[in-house]
Design a protein around this ligand. Structure first.
Ligand SMILES: [Zn+2]
Length: 123
């Protein structure tokens, strides 16, 4: 039961992450377009660009925190589930569904697949 609730919560986090990223991009692009196309004083243009950058970086930071707290990874070598440390997570290379992490169980560094929750059959 706990595992199912966890999966649901983590799915919600990942959906929320996608929403945050969409809003961030839309807001950021809109601000940059306004700054570039509307007839404005230079200081107004600069202010808008700065606001756009703050919005974009803020949104990405929120999305990253959501993603980081949404479940862990499965080691392809020993098949065990683990949650990486924040540092390992940020420093690790990654694709959309995989991340290059060191497994705390067998110590092997490999491409780990994202898991929304620990599998029930595992001890
Ligand atoms: Zn392992």
């Amino acid at each position: 039961m706990r595992s199912m609730k966890e999966t649901k919560e983590n799915k919600t986090k990942l959906i929320l992450e996608a929403v945050v990223l969409c809003i961030t991009l839309l807001a950021g692009i809109t601000l940059i377009m306004v700054a570039g196309h509307v007839d404005l004083e230079t200081w107004q243009r600069v202010t808008l660009t700065v606001i756009a950058l703050v919005v974009i970086f803020g949104g990405i930071a929120v999305a990253a925190v959501l993603e980081m707290t949404a479940g862990g990874f499965e080691c392809p070598k020993c098949g065990k589930y683990f949650v990486p440390t924040k540092t390992a997570y940020i420093m690790g290379m990654h694709t959309v569904t995989r991340r290059h992490l060191r497994c705390p169980h067998c110590g092997v560094k490999s491409w780990c697949r994202r898991r929304l929750a620990q599998k029930e059959e595992q001890e």
